[in-house]
Design a protein around this ligand. Structure first.
Ligand code: BV8
Ligand code: ZN
Length: 245
């Protein structure tokens, strides 16, 4: 930590990329860990448009189950620490692959949601937001008032484009960062996984906080195999102590 703190003194543009690992201490299963979501289901079965068209009720059952889990969980100390970090750097941007809204629930602003948000719905055909409250009944999925298309969760599935503006902004921020944290992500899903690589290539200090090695571990300047909910509050209190000293 001491070495990191010394290096952080000269950093002013901080970008954080988070993945499912930052929500695991809130009780939200990750995607690929042993207890991961995918363990029970196979990605190609569920998080793709083909799966949705082939069997939309199963896909909706899975998302309703994930939403139920989210209704019972809170942000963890790691989420709150990342809120604090926003105030400790001249320029700060939080980019997340997570669709669980926990960063916003903890008070983070300026969050770039690369993969959408599981609490929002939209039309599968014309993408018009579907704003009706309440759960979607997997056996009678509502249709879009504009075009009659099926309603689906507003998340980015495999094989689908990310929102152009959001991913472009994420790359722009990563290129201009002088400090990039990759936290709680296996760094295998692209284009999100390219962001730390781009940041490093543009001279950023790359810090990984993850419970297992990933494809970016060897290029990182610092790696901490410590749960984010423990590491981040400690980092923030050390940074604050430095700044008030
Ligand atoms: C696109 C939303 C195409 C839905 C998700 C071959 C090579 C390279 C790329 C590809 C390829 N074949 C296909 C592709 C493209 C594909 C891709 O990257 N596939 C991978 C798997 C190989 N990407 C896409 O399809 C993307 N779209 O490329 O468009 C295109 C291009 C041009 C024109 C048209 C089309 C879309 C990707 C988005 C997919 N959607 N989710 C939903 O959530 O239901 S991805 C899904 O994985 C989640 O969003 C999740 O966030 C994301 C990444 O997973 P992680 O967050 O990293 O979670 P994971 O469990 O893997 O890891 C957690 C880590 O945390 C672990 O390492 C663990 O050790 C650690 N951890 C656990 N607890 C803690 C912790 N660390 C710290 N503290 C703790 N307490
Ligand atoms: Zn529609």
């Amino acid at each position: 930590m001491e070495d990191l703190l010394k290096r952080l003194k000269s950093c002013s543009r901080c970008v954080i990329l988070t993945g499912a690992g930052v929500s695991s201490e809130s009780g939200v299963a990750t995607f690929r860990g042993k207890e991961g979501l995918w363990g029970k289901f196979r990605p190609e079965e569920l998080a793709t448009m083909d799966a949705f068209m082939a069997n939309s009720s199963i896909v909706w059952e899975w998302y309703n189950w994930r939403r139920e889990v989210l209704n019972k969980v809170e942000p963890n100390p790691g989420h709150y620490a990342m809120c604090e970090m926003e105030k400790l750097f001249d320029h700060f941007c939080l980019i997340t692959q997570n669709v669980d809204s926990l960063h916003q629930a903890a008070g983070s602003t300026n969050v770039l949601e690369l993969h959408g948000n599981i609490l929002r719905n939209k039309c599968a055909d014309c993408f018009t937001p579907f704003l009706d409250e309440g759960d979607i009944d997997p056996d009678s999925i509502p249709s879009c008032s504009k075009c009659g298309g099926k309603i689906r969760p507003d998340v980015v599935w495999f094989g689908e484009m990310l929102d152009e503006k959001i991913i472009n902004k994420a790359f722009e921020e990563s290129e201009r960062a002088d400090l990039f944290f990759s936290i709680g992500t296996s760094a295998v899903v692209h284009p999100a996984a390219s962001l730390p690589i781009v940041a490093k290539r543009h001279g950023a200090l790359l810090v990984e906080i993850n419970m297992e090695p990933t494809p970016i571990t060897e290029m990182a300047d610092f790696c901490f195999k410590i749960p984010s909910g423990e590491f981040l509050p400690e980092l923030v209190s050390s940074l604050k102590a430095e700044q008030s000293a």
